[in-house]
Structure formats: structure tokens, C-alpha cells
Design a protein around this ligand. Structure first.
Ligand code: MG
Length: 158
């Protein structure tokens, strides 16, 4: 039995923070605003995994009102969410993600992100597909105000 989940996340660019995406620090003048490290790639993937298990969402599991998650490493949150679905008898199989941002160019960093995410989920890097694209200058992404990430994940009964 295969289960499919979808995830979406967006964060605003701010000065004075590191840009962390998929567990990788990407050189850029701006980072992302957020209670945790604001890793939108990890957050979208976490929501896709929780969604596939009908286990709620990242905000329910790790409320941003909880000081425990202040500046949290979002790969830790991803690992905890994975543990939740594993306890329900499900195994993560693969994911496909699209990062939408005008800047920076992420192509050179996608392989490293896949390695980091796959390592945390106990799968091969080839089981995590990451794509990056711009929004053709349109909307909040086009104006460089922030970025967004879409994720789809599949789980299988263990
Ligand atoms: Mg988020």
C-alpha cells in the first residue's frame, strides 16, 4: 500500500540570518525569517511525510510558540516527523521537491541537499529529487521577498 502526501512552505527573506535549505547553508546576503532555522525545504518535506500518514502537520507537531523549537535544526524536526510515521507502521520511500526562488541560483547545491535529507530519512540520495526554478519575476517570489517550496512524498506500509 502506497500513501502520498503533499507539502508546501514559504518564508520571507531577511538580513542577518544564514540561508539554510535542505540542511545546507547556501551563501546569500539574506536568510529566511522563522522561529526555527526556517529551512523551508525541510519543512515542506516534513509536511508531505506527515500528510501521507494523515498525521497532521509540522505546526501541530512543533508549535512555533514552543521555545524548544527556537532556532531549531529543521532536519531534527524532519527526523522526529519520520519517527512519528514509522511508529504508525509506515516507511518513507521517496520525495520530489520544487524550490521556487529568483535568487540565489540553487542548482549547484541540490545534490548536497538531497544527501542531507536522504541521510536523515535513511534512504539513498537518489530517492530525493530536488528541482529549483524562478517565478519568472511574478508576485512575492518574483520581487525577491521570499521563497516557496512544494514537496510530494510517498510512504509504504512496512
Ligand atoms: Mg516553515
Amino acid at each position: 500500500m502506497i500513501r502520498v502526501g503533499i507539502g508546501y512552505d514559504s518564508h520571507r527573506f531577511v538580513a542577518g540570518r544564514a540561508l539554510v535549505l535542505g540542511g545546507v547553508t547556501v551563501p546569500h546576503p539574506y536568510g529566511l525569517a522563522g522561529h526555527s532555522d526556517a529551512d523551508a525545504v525541510a519543512h515542506a518535506l516534513t509536511d508531505a511525510i506527515l500528510g501521507a500518514a494523515a498525521a497532521g502537520d509540522i505546526g501541530r507537531l512543533f508549535p512555533d510558540t514552543d521555545p524548544r523549537w527556537k532556532d531549531a535544526d529543521s532536519l531534527e524536526l524532519l527526523g522526529s516527523a519520520h519517527e512519528v510515521v514509522r511508529r504508525r507502521g509506515l516507511a518513507f520511500r521517496q520525495a520530489d521537491l520544487t524550490i521556487i526562488t529568483e535568487q540565489p541560483k540553487l542548482g549547484p547545491h541540490l545534490a548536497a541537499m538531497a544527501e542531507r535529507l536522504a541521510g536523515r530519512l535513511g534512504v539513498a540520495a537518489g530517492d530525493i529529487n530536488l528541482k529549483a526554478k524562478t517565478n519568472e519575476g511574478m508576485g512575492f517570489i518574483g520581487r525577491g521577498e521570499g521563497l516557496a517550496v512544494l514537496a510530494v512524498a510517498t510512504l509504504e506500509a512496512r
